[in-house]
Design a protein around this ligand. Structure first.
Ligand code: KG4
Ligand code: ZN
Length: 414
C-alpha cells in the first residue's frame, strides 16, 4: 500500500513521524529471501533526484529519477534554492519508487549509500538529511559517497574492468582525468582550471538562442550543439584548442568561451540581427566549437595515457580508458577519443548514456564496491557533514606537468 499524498510526499522538514509513515508504507512479501547484499543509493548532488537498489552482483533491482533539467532550462541555469526545493518535493517519492520497483523492503537492505560530496550545498543537504533519518530508523550502516568516485566506478557494473584504469569525467559540472587504482584509490592527473566543457557548451547554446530553434528547444545545450553541428561546416571558423603550450593534463574552457562569444557578436553585426535571434551561421559555429572542444579533450587525454604508460601506472598493451559524464554522450568527442585510444593501443569504454549522467544506480553500486572492500562503512553517523568541494584522490597534476610529455600530433579526421 502506498500512502504518499501530496503533503506526505514533500520532504521539507525531516521528522521522525514523517519517516515512520514513509517506512510503514512498505508492505512486501515477508519470507522472500535475497541471497545477495542489497544497497540503496541516493543521489541529490546537483539537479537530479535519483535512487536505486543494486545487489552485490550488479543487478539493478529498482531505480527512479526525477530530472530538473526542464525547469533549469527555462531559468537559464541552476538556481540552488530552486534545485533544493525540487529535491525536497521529490526525494521521498523517488526513494519509494526505487524500493517498490525492486520489491525489496527497507528492512532487507544491507546499507544505504548517499552522495555527500562534492556538489551544491543545498542539494546535497536534502539527500543527506533524508538518508540520515532513514539510517536512524532502520538501524542500517551508512556509506557516504564521493560523487566523482561513483561516476568512475560505474563501468565496473556494466563491464568486466579490473584496476587500474584511466577515467575521463566530462559533464556540466565535472572535468577531470584520473587513474583509478582501487575503489577509493585515485590519482588526479588533471582537471579544468575554470569551467567544465558541458557548462561551456550550455553557455554557447544559450548565447546562440538554440532554445528557440525548432529542432533543439527541448535539448540540453551540449546536445543542441551536437545536433546542429551535423548541419554545419567546422572549417568555417578557426577556433584554436586552449592551452596548446601547457604540457600537462589540465583543461580550460573559459578563454575559448569568450572568443566564441566575441565571434557571435561580430556575426550578429555582420548579419544585422539582434541578440536573441538565431544566426544563419549557428550550425557552423556549433560544428567548430564542438570540434575544438573534442581536440582539446583528446590532446589532454592522450598525454595522460602517455604519462601513465611512461610511469608504468597502466598496462602497456591493453590499458582501458573509461569516459563518462553527460558530455561523454557526444559522438564527435567520442570519435576524437577513439583516435587517441587506437593510436595508443588502449580500449575505450563508456557506460550506457543513462549511466553516464547522474543517477542513483552509480551511487548504490559505489556502496556495493565499498561494502565488498570493507571501506568507509559507518555504523554511527554522528558528525557526518556534506562537503560542497572535495578533490578526488591524490593530486599529482603538478608532477604530470613537470614531466612535460610531448604528444605526437594525430589527424583528427572526424
Ligand atoms: O552528467 P550530467 O547529466 O550532469 C552534470 O553536469 O553533472 O551532464 C550534463 C551536461 C550538460 O552540460 C549538457 O549540455 C551536456 O552534459 N551534454 C552534452 C550532450 N548531452 C548532454 N554535451 C555534449 N554533447 C551531448 N550530446
Ligand atoms: Zn555527475
Amino acid at each position: 500500500m502506498l500512502i504518499l499524498n501530496k503533503t506526505a510526499g514533500v520532504f521539507s522538514k525531516p521528522s521522525k513521524r514523517n519517516m515512520y509513515e514513509f517506512l510503514r508504507s512498505f508492505n512486501f512479501h515477508p519470507g522472500k529471501l535475497f541471497l545477495h547484499k542489497l544497497v540503496l543509493g541516493i543521489e541529490t548532488s546537483c539537479d537530479d533526484t535519483a535512487a536505486a537498489v543494486v545487489d552485490e552482483t550488479g543487478n539493478v533491482l529498482g531505480e527512479a529519477i526525477h530530472s530538473q533539467t526542464e525547469v533549469h532550462l527555462k531559468t537559464g541555469g541552476i538556481i540552488p534554492p530552486v534545485a533544493q526545493q525540487l529535491h525536497r518535493e521529490n526525494i521521498q517519492r523517488i526513494v519509494q519508487e526505487a524500493l517498490s520497483a525492486s520489491k525489496v523492503s527497507p528492512s532487507e537492505l544491507s546499507a544505504i549509500a548517499t552522495t555527500i560530496k562534492p556538489g551544491l550545498a543545498l542539494s546535497l543537504g536534502v539527500g543527506l538529511s533524508f538518508s540520515l533519518q532513514l539510517v536512524d530508523q532502520l538501524k542500517k550502516p551508512f556509506i557516504p559517497i564521493h560523487h566523482m568516485e561513483a561516476h568512475a566506478l560505474t563501468i565496473r557494473l556494466t563491464n568486466k574492468v579490473e584496476f587500474p584504469f584511466l577515467v575521463l569525467l566530462i559533464s556540466g559540472g565535472h572535468c577531470l582525468l584520473a587513474l583509478v587504482r582501487g575503489v577509493s584509490d585515485f590519482l588526479l592527473l588533471g582537471k579544468s582550471l575554470d569551467i567544465a566543457p558541458g557548462d561551456m557548451l550550455d553557455k554557447v547554446a544559450r548565447r546562440l538562442s538554440l532554445i528557440k530553434h525548432p529542432e533543439c528547444s527541448t535539448m540540453s545545450g551540449g546536445k543542441a550543439i551536437e545536433h546542429l553541428a551535423k548541419q554545419g561546416n567546422k572549417l568555417h571558423f578557426d577556433f584554436k584548442p586552449p592551452m596548446q603550450h601547457a604540457k600537462n593534463c589540465d583543461f580550460s574552457f573559459s578563454g575559448l568561451h569568450h572568443i566564441i562569444d566575441k565571434m557571435i557578436m561580430q556575426k550578429e553585426k555582420e548579419e544585422g540581427i539582434e541578440k536573441g535571434q538565431i544566426l544563419s551561421s549557428a550550425a557552423d559555429i556549433a560544428a567548430a566549437v564542438q570540434h575544438t572542444v573534442a581536440c582539446h579533450i583528446a590532446k589532454r587525454t592522450h598525454r595522460a595515457i602517455l604519462f601513465c604508460k611512461q610511469r608504468d601506472l597502466l598496462c602497456q598493451s591493453n590499458a582501458v580508458l573509461v569516459v563518462s559524464g553527460g558530455v561523454a554522450s557526444n559522438l564527435h568527442i567520442r570519435k576524437a577519443l577513439e583516435i587517441v585510444t587506437d593510436a595508443t593501443q588502449c580500449t575505450l569504454l563508456c557506460p550506457p548514456p543513462r549511466l553516464c549522467t547522474d543517477n542513483g544506480v552509480m551511487i548504490a553500486w559505489n556502496g556495493v564496491e565499498r561494502l565488498r572492500a570493507g571501506l568507509g562503512i559507518l555504523h554511527s553517523t554522528e558528525g557526518i557533514r556534506y562537503e560542497p568541494k572535495c578533490p578526488l584522490g591524490a593530486d599529482i597534476s603538478k608532477e604530470v606537468g613537470e614531466a612535460a610529455i610531448k604528444v605526437p600530433r594525430l589527424k583528427m579526421k572526424i
